[in-house]
Design a protein around this ligand. Structure first.
Ligand SMILES: [Zn+2]
Length: 673
């Protein structure tokens, strides 16, 4: 069994901020936690000022009493290192630890995450606090999980102060070795940007015009690494003083600033904070994408939904609550996509501070209203689902996701500023979602074992070695679909010479003569098998070199030229979409999906119903059926099972009410014989 923590079953609970309350309230809190089935609370995320009131004193008495109290009530603790918000006394003693913007503005105290990622003072203070906590609590019986910091990169992703500049130069020395190599990598022959020594290099502060693109790309890499170095410093302390206890930090879904492939290598447990917008009718599709990423970061290992809101958040311009049933459905969606727990921000609603209008498991109204009833109901349902903990899912379609490509694609002075990574990814993902086909995310370097079909919505930055791996995959019978503007630059963001798509040219069997972005508000028609699709944002002048043309442009300057191609290599195939097809992307993806034999999880799935599977080590399957639509839906079932939510056996079909859900236990095939 692959458990996230020593706590059995699914995890249920949330951030608990008892420092905001008198201790009499704690007694009520733990009583209500037991009533709701809460088995894990996150404590201390913003407790630094309380734990260390000044430079010379510590106050752990309250935390001692708190941990003992929750342990007596059978609740385990995810103990935070409290380092995301340094206290005022530290900031006033060392104002140089405050972060500086690209315009030279030093950000003030009074919010949170007010620290420079490269500040030695901040780092030493954070490591010291982590050490004090680990020494004191590593063997506390309530402790089940360590929680480093909070939402790295939420507010401060970069800092342009002198300390950061020095740290950037160290990073560049390690990466490039010599200043000659840096000059070559950055292409400083252009615009007379040559450096004579590393000492002349600065962060990409606000400049008169466009800043060197490779400098910007290296800066993005450095900023992710600088925050990761902070995380690793705390992790090293916990690994030393609290060996064997799992450690996590809460990720922020698809976050551009942090390369989560690299970060997740340093996590024992992947956890995520997810806040889909109840006002967005397609929010569940984007949530599915984020959850699939979290599951994929550790190759299918269960992850933890560390934060969600029971209802409204407080930080959007308009904060719409979750209508009745949505909280339950969206909680089950996280489990359906591999989570082994549902935690919240937060347990008890705050009465003061920036998040006092953020919903909570225990709302301002207390136990009288709908919110508390939902908290009780979800806790009861999670107990019924306890056996799914540790089960996994594995897709046969992989989506390639690369932070280097994301960062490089969105640099300035490209053929079109409209080529944004998430805008390119989302229609591809939505097409798969709408077809009920499960996907995993992969780094472009693989490994690709077990995947019949790889989708690459964009590989703008692609080194030759990775292109060779993809070529090998296709030549061995795999199917690869590449999106537009791929294979353009190498790891230094230098154009691959000799025609686009560079190292993919032979694999795809084509050359791109010129990029042909489509102006805002215009579309170009694309003809595919007698059907008309609409391209937006982007098209390309393609000349085939062995590839078959499957779709051609039907309007504009490129009329008659290839828009979608396929190049066969034995039983494998390499497909290319030379344009951005937005909502029509799925009409093309149907072809490789069919050729690769990668169909939906459940044939005949009605519109609006999401179906995913998890499998336990003993072969038992759990089929999640979630109705996101506004009407009753009847789902055809291929095997008899038992709905764990109701305890009832299922027949040939199952009807789900609007926002209704079922979690079917399907016995392992040999048991059915
Ligand atoms: Zn700095």
């Amino acid at each position: 069994m692959d458990r996230l923590t020593r706590v059995p079953g699914l995890l249920y609970g949330g951030d608990w901020n008892p420092e905001q309350w008198p201790e009499e309230v704690w007694a009520e809190d733990v009583k209500l936690m037991a009533e709701a089935g809460v088995n894990l609370v996150t404590v201390g995320v913003f407790s630094w000022a309380r734990l260390q009131p000044d430079a010379h004193s510590w106050d752990f008495g309250w935390l001692d009493r708190l941990l003992d109290l929750v342990h007596r009530h059978g609740v385990a603790v995810d103990l935070a290192t409290a380092t995301a918000s340094p206290p005022a006394w530290l900031v006033r003693a060392h104002p140089e630890l405050l972060p500086v913007t690209a315009d030279g503005v030093r950000l003030e105290f009074g919010s949170r995450q007010h620290y420079c990622p490269s500040s030695p003072v901040y780092r030493a203070a954070a490591v010291r606090l982590t050490r004090m906590l680990a020494e004191r609590y590593h063997d506390h019986p309530a402790l089940a999980l360590w929680h480093i910091h909070n939402e790295y990169g939420d507010h401060v992703q970069e800092c342009f102060c002198a300390e950061s500049a020095a740290d950037f130069r160290h990073w560049l020395r390690r990466r490039h070795g010599t200043v000659e190599e840096l000059n070559r990598s950055w292409g400083t022959a252009f615009w007379s940007q040559r450096y004579n020594s590393f000492d002349q290099v600065e962060p990409p502060r606000t400049a008169p015009g466009p800043v060197n693109p490779t400098q910007l790309l290296d800066w993005r890499r450095f900023c992710s690494d600088a925050l990761l170095a902070l995380h690793r410093a705390e992790k090293a302390v916990l690994d030393e003083l609290s060996p064997g206890l799992p450690v996590t930090t809460n990720f922020m879904s698809m976050l551009k600033a942090l390369d989560y492939w690299e970060w997740s290598r340093h996590e024992d447990v992947v956890s995520d904070d997810a806040y889909p917008d109840p006002a967005d009718p397609r929010a569940h599709v984007n949530a599915a994408l984020n959850y699939d990423l979290m599951r994929s970061l550790k190759q299918g290992r269960p992850w933890l939904l560390m934060e969600q809101a029971p209802s409204a958040v407080s930080w959007r311009p308009v904060n719409v609550p979750k209508r009745p049933g949505l909280y339950r459905l969206w909680s089950l969606q996280a489990l359906a996509r591999g989570a082994d727990g549902v935690l919240h921000f937060q347990w008890r609603a705050s009465v003061a501070g920036a998040e006092k209008f953020h919903s909570a498991m225990l709302p301002h109204r207390g136990t009288a209203g709908r919110g508390w009833q939902q908290t009780l109901a979800l806790g009861a349902e999670l107990r019924r689902l306890g056996e799914i903990a540790g089960s996994r899912s594995r897709a046969r379609v992989g989506v390639l996701l690369d932070w280097d490509s994301w960062w490089a694609l969105e640099l300035d002075d490209h053929p079109s500023a409209r080529m944004r990574w998430l805008d390119l990814l989302r229609p591809w993902y939505a097409a798969l979602y709408d077809r009920g086909t499960s996907v995993d995310f992969l780094p472009p370097t693989g490994p690709y074992d077990g995947y019949r079909l790889l989708l690459a919505p964009n590989l703008y930055l692609l080194d030759t070695a990775t292109a060779e791996r993809l070529t090998h995959y296709v030549r061995n019978g795999g199917h690869l679909v590449c999106g537009p503007f791929s294979g353009i630059t190498d790891r230094h963001d230098h154009i691959h010479p000799g025609g686009h798509p560079g190292p993919l040219r032979e694999l795809l069997g084509l050359v791109v003569d010129e990029h042909w972005p489509i102006p805002d508000g215009e579309t170009t028609s694309v003809h595919l098998d007698g059907r008309e699709l609409r391209a937006e944002r982007w098209s390309e002048w393609i000349e085939t070199e062995g590839a078959e043309t499957l779709a051609r442009y039907g309007s504009g300057e490129l009329t008659g030229r290839p828009a979608v191609t396929r190049h066969r290599h034995g039983t494998g195939s390499a497909w290319y979409l030379g344009c951005h097809l937005g909502p029509d992307t799925g009409r093309v993806l149907d072809l490789p999906l069919a050729e690769a034999g990668t169909g939906p999880e459940l044939p005949g799935l009605p519109d609006g119903v999401e179906a995913t599977r998890r499998r336990a080590a003993d072969g038992t399957e759990y089929l999640f059926l979630l109705n996101h639509g506004p009407a009753d839906r009847t789902v055809p079932l291929t095997r008899p099972g038992t709905d764990l939510l109701t305890g009832t056996a299922t027949g040939d079909t199952l009807t789900l009410a609007p926002l209704g859900a079922a979690v079917l236990r399907l016995p392992a095939p040999e048991e059915r014989a």
